[in-house]
Every structure is written in structure tokens, then in C-alpha cells.
Design a binder for this molecule. Structure first.
Ligand SMILES: [Zn+2]
Length: 167
């Protein structure tokens, strides 16, 4: 398993110097640590295989976990059994998505089964760059969370300037 904290810290309730430094520099969060330790414990009962858990973001009761590209299925588990354990423990909605640098792929996975119809790059006079994400308005009711929460999560993951519209 590849986790945001080292093996020793996965097994204990304290953090080593290196992992503590990562937390201090905000390279990792307390939520990442808690999720990593939970996955580690789950793995002792259910073999999750060699999964990678990169990081997590949270907004408005929704936790999004970013895992290795091919690891989404393993983290969700057969029939959703792993995700159910996580949901029960954290008492939040949890979404698992594969790591990607591509904004469209990310939003695709994040909002599924709602559908994205395209992304335009907009250059307003302020000089900033805005990624305008168009979501198919027919699929509006299928969004996994309120639009403000989804926008927040996308910003936290990508650090990009984004704006969503239904059309
Ligand atoms: Zn450590």
C-alpha cells in the first residue's frame, strides 16, 4: 500500500518526525492520516491489494478520496463493502476517484452519473484563467452533492480557478 504517511505511522497513533513535518507543511491533512490508518486496518481483514491512496479533500459533508488510477474498484470493494465501512466510520458521504491530471477526467468521475458536456477556458479582463465547466442540465438531479460543494472540491483538488454552469 502506498499511503500519505509511512508504515510506522500507519501502525501507531503518533507521528514520526518526517510525517509530522509533512502535516506541518500541509502536504497532508489529519483527514488523510485518519483515512490512511483506517484503510490500513481494513486491509488486515480484507485484502485490498497494493493500492495507492494519494490524498483526500472534504467539503460540506462530502469526502473525496484520490486513489491510484486502477485502485478505485479495490477501495470501493465488492458490492461497495469497503466504502460502507468508511462511510460508517466517518459518517460522511465518500467518493473515490482515480488520480488524474486531466480536469475533464476528474470532473467526469466526480459528478458521475451526472454528465459533463465540456470545459472552456475563459480569459476575463482581470487576467486570470477560468476553467468553465459545463454540466449537462438534464443530469442536474444526478449530481452527487450540491454544486457549491462540488466546485469547492474541484478547487481543492486542482488548485484551479473553476466555475460550473448547467447548460
Ligand atoms: Zn511516519
Amino acid at each position: 500500500m502506498k499511503m500519505p504517511i509511512c508504515d510506522t505511522c500507519l501502525r501507531s497513533n503518533t507521528l514520526c518526525k518526517v510525517c509530522k513535518e509533512k502535516l506541518k507543511k500541509e502536504e497532508i491533512t489529519n483527514l488523510d492520516i485518519e483515512l490512511a490508518r483506517t484503510l490500513y486496518n481494513i486491509n488486515r481483514n480484507y485484502n485490498l491489494g497494493d493500492i495507492t491512496f494519494k490524498k483526500s479533500v472534504e467539503s460540506g459533508g462530502l469526502i473525496v478520496m484520490i486513489v491510484g488510477k486502477g485502485d478505485v474498484g479495490s477501495v470501493i470493494g465488492k458490492g461497495g463493502k469497503i466504502i460502507r465501512i468508511l462511510r460508517r466510520k466517518f459518517n460522511k458521504r465518500i467518493r473515490v476517484i482515480g488520480d488524474t491530471d486531466d480536469l475533464k477526467n476528474l470532473v467526469d468521475e466526480l459528478i458521475y452519473p451526472a454528465r459533463i458536456s465540456g470545459i472552456d477556458i475563459v480569459y476575463p479582463v482581470s487576467g486570470e484563467i477560468i476553467n468553465r465547466i459545463r454540466i449537462d442540465k438534464i443530469s442536474k438531479d444526478k449530481m452527487p452533492a450540491e454544486i457549491s460543494i462540488v466546485e469547492n472540491v474541484i478547487r481543492k483538488i486542482t488548485k484551479k480557478n473553476i466555475k460550473t454552469v448547467f447548460e
